[in-house]
Design a protein around this ligand. Structure first.
Ligand code: HEM
Length: 493
């Protein structure tokens, strides 16, 4: 044991709390050593540390999923009715179901964004190839979790979604038929199919996910997180091991630009069709939505403490609340319903004060930002992750209140719906299917999966053919844009 550990253990032993800790068979000095390990300064950038977000959302999935499983009945005769009961009769059932659904969607979005960060910062290069493979398995597991969860609702689109998925699987060479039969639990879709989807969704996949996340983080600890260099080493004449070149930053900026355009487009559509805006405003004023106020109040309290401590996230949350209030105030003024706007006026005042405070103390908040000094995992990094977690909880609550999970028509094997649509994260494959036909779509999807898995080695070959040209970055930009265009195209049909 190191002298520092001995000192830590002795000082623990003297206090009453230390005596209590001693009753547990844990080397607290070692725990302190591990949790206080310095984290490289560049992890302060939220987009570089996005990997923690899907892990947090997975935890929310587990918690809400366990609650839902108390009421869900996995049989074709009762599945739909049990979901209907959860949605309309069980206390807060609609809320738990909505949070579960939104957390699943956010998890998929954040996994894709995290993958983009890893890709464009070339963090998959030697020696991290194996962790990229684990990441690919995590991506597949997340997508299959989404698919199996969707099928449990047993509404028309769940049933016909499984039908299309198993037909697609059956066309895959060699193992297609066997895999489709395994998914269906026989020759046809029936009670066995639902049991299998349920088993996968609540048992096999969550356990696989926990094991994969454990392996992913263990490998991360072995290699350490990759370096980040925003400068172009070519200009400096250096040759980095895992260089982050200027052209890659071009990719990141391009994606940020596209995201900003998409957000502006969504805002524009909301203005053209004010219905969703009205719904948001309505949800914000429902007095019965106690959870909203409860979560809101706790977020604000946490934000105030953080603001007091000079933490950036406190400022961000208060600004967010202020902007919401200002929006509601403007909405009330526009619709002539200024009667109960006192709260929102207070919010707008908060926005103004926070903005002024933010400007005055600007230097304080960005202190040390450019220096990228290492910082402690605990409490610094954990507090940041918790803050992001609280913000996400706030967002999930808001989304669940404004857009609660719906329930459509019950599955009917005899009636094919007019429009079959999978969840948005399979829109890309669905568009490919419509454009190229069944066999080609399956072949292309398989090819893309193989390319994704083998990317660290393909990239190495490209680097050898055209050193420091960063061809992979351009491939990534084209791939991401194609995914985005196909997804939006399918969403609009
Ligand atoms: C449930 C899904 C996932 C979780 C919870 C997760 C979690 C994490 C975490 C916490 C990190 C540390 C750095 C950071 O916070 O960004 C990380 C790094 C990494 N992840 Fe993931 N990840 C997931 C999916 C993926 C996927 C889909 C890929 C790629 C196909 C991937 C590849 C990597 C690689 C290569 C690193 C090392 C990056 C570096 O050293 O800079 N991960 N992951």
């Amino acid at each position: 044991m190191s002298p520092e550990n001995q000192v830590a253990n002795v000082s623990h032993a003297r206090s009453a709390r230390g005596r209590l800790w001693q009753m547990l068979p844990v080397d607290w000095g070692r725990v302190q050593e591990v949790t206080n390990e310095p984290v490289p300064g560049h992890i302060k950038r939220w987009w570089f540390a996005l990997g923690g977000t899907p892990a947090y959302l997975f935890f929310i999935q587990l918690t809400t999923g366990i609650l839902l499983s108390f009421y869900y009945v996995p049989s074709p005769d009762h599945a739909y009715e049990s979901v209907a009961a959860i949605t309309s009769r069980v206390s807060f059932g609609w809320f738990i179901r909505s949070v579960h659904k939104w957390a699943a969607n956010l998890m998929i979005i954040t996994v894709i964004l995290h993958m983009c960060r890893v890709y464009f910062s070339c963090a998959f290069r030697h020696p991290r190839q194996a962790n990229w493979l684990v990441g690919c398995c995590l991506l597949m597991t997340t997508l299959v979790m989404g698919f199996t969860g969707y099928s449990l609702v047993y509404e028309q689109l769940s049933y016909w979604g499984i039908t299309v998925a198993t037909e697609l699987t059956a066309t895959a060479p060699f193992i297609g038929d066997a895999l489709a039969t395994f998914m269906k639990g026989g020759e046809k879709i029936g009670p066995n199919t639902l049991t299998r989807m349920y088993n996968l969704h609540v048992g096999i996949l969550p356990v696989t996910m926990v094991l994969l996340i454990g392996l992913h983080v263990a490998m991360l600890r072995i290699h350490g997180v990759s370096e980040l260099s925003l400068d172009d080493p070519r200009r400096k004449g250096e040759a980095g091991e895992s260089p982050r070149l200027a052209s890659s930053m071009l990719g990141v900026r391009l994606i940020a630009l596209i995201a900003a355009i998409a957000a502006a487009g969504a805002l524009y559509m909301a203005v053209l069709n004010p219905a969703p805006v009205k719904v948001i405003a309505y949800a914000l004023t429902i007095e019965s939505s106690r959870i909203f106020w409860l979560v809101g109040a706790s977020v604000l309290m946490t934000a105030s403490v953080l603001l007091f401590l000079g933490h950036m996230y406190g400022l961000m949350i208060w600004l967010f609340v202020g902007i919401l209030s200002l929006g509601k105030l403007l909405f009330d003024l526009a619709t002539g319903e200024a009667a109960n706007s006192a709260l929102w006026i207070a919010g707008a005042v908060v926005l103004a004060i926070t903005a002024v405070y933010g400007v005055i103390r600007h230097g304080h908040f960005i202190e040390g930002k450019g220096e990228d000094k290492p910082f402690n995992f605990f409490p610094d990094h954990i507090v940041t992750e918790l803050m992001i977690g609280t913000l996400l909880l706030f967002l999930l609550t808001l989304l669940s209140l404004v857009f609660p999970a719906e329930l459509h028509e019950k599955a009917n094997p005899l009636v094919t719906p007019e429009h079959i649509k999978p969840e948005w994260y399979f829109f890309f494959q669905f568009r490919l299917l419509k454009l190229t036909g069944l066999n080609t779509a399956v072949f292309l999807t398989g090819g893309l999966v193989v390319l994704l898995v083998a990317w660290p080695w393909v990239d190495a070959i490209l680097e050898r053919i055209a050193p420091k040209k960063d061809l992979g970055v351009y491939v990534g930009i084209v791939a991401f844009l194609t995914f985005l265009v196909f997804t939006v195209w399918e969403a609009m049909v």
